[in-house]
Write a protein that binds this ligand. Structure first.
Ligand code: ADP
Length: 193
């Protein structure tokens, strides 16, 4: 039985975390957010956390080698999962290649990349708003936000092309109420389930 593995994609502030919660509830999938895992490591003051913090505070990407290894070990913790929602991963071409090779070695693969599409002005407004409550250093500083948007445009957006070439890319309008956006994602997933 193949698993339902979904890449939830989109720029910082697109709503990946919020929508992941709706998706795991409906499809009983395991949610793996690389950002959340790094933040948990920072809180726990692990070696990985210390390393990740030095990149995250600047809005830069944590190096591929570290990120890929961490993600693979998280997947391996859930052998019985119905599937995974990958949130914030892959963020580079190297991560996308590594994920495909890794899933293939487990005789599974990515069913679809669902990409939340949100205009840049709306993203900035959401991140500014989130900074008031998230306690995230990378939300509080406009220069860091700009850096994250630049990194997304330069390094992460091309990952969409990788999935498009495999016929797996699906854009979803990421503006509207949380529920409207969830319904769009459910419709998109139900085509693959
Ligand atoms: P956002 O999507 O709002 O930027 P995330 O929680 O997904 O928030 O990511 C926060 C930070 O964690 C990123 O700016 C980056 O430093 C680091 N990070 C998360 N995922 C990855 C990844 N796949 N590769 C490298 N760094 C990552």
């Amino acid at each position: 039985m193949t698993k339902l593995n979904i890449v939830l994609f989109g720029p910082p502030g697109a709503g990946k975390g919020t929508q992941s919660e709706k998706l795991i509830e409906r499809y009983q999938l395991v949610h793996l957010s690389t950002g959340d895992i790094f933040r948990a490591n920072i809180k726990g003051e692990t070696e990985l956390g210390k390393l990740a913090k030095s990149y995250m505070d600047r809005g830069a990407l944590v190096p591929d080698e570290v990120t890929i290894k961490m993600l693979e070990s998280e997947v391996n913790k859930h052998p019985e999962a119905n599937g995974f929602i990958f949130d914030g991963f892959p963020r580079t071409g190297a991560q996308a290649l590594a994920l495909d090779a890794f899933l293939e070695s487990h005789e599974t693969g990515i069913a679809a990349m669902l990409a939340l599409e949100v205009p840049e002005e709306e993203l900035r407004a959401r991140l500014k708003n989130r900074a008031l409550t998230s306690g995230r250093a990378d939300d509080a500083n406009p220069d860091v936000i700009q850096n994250r948007i630049n990194v997304y445009n330069n390094e992460t957006a091309p990952v969409a092309e990788y999935y498009r070439a495999q016929g797996k890319y699906q854009g979803v309008v990421g503006v509207g109420t949380i529920q409207e956006i969830s319904e769009r994602l459910f419709d998109a997933i139900d085509q693959h389930a």
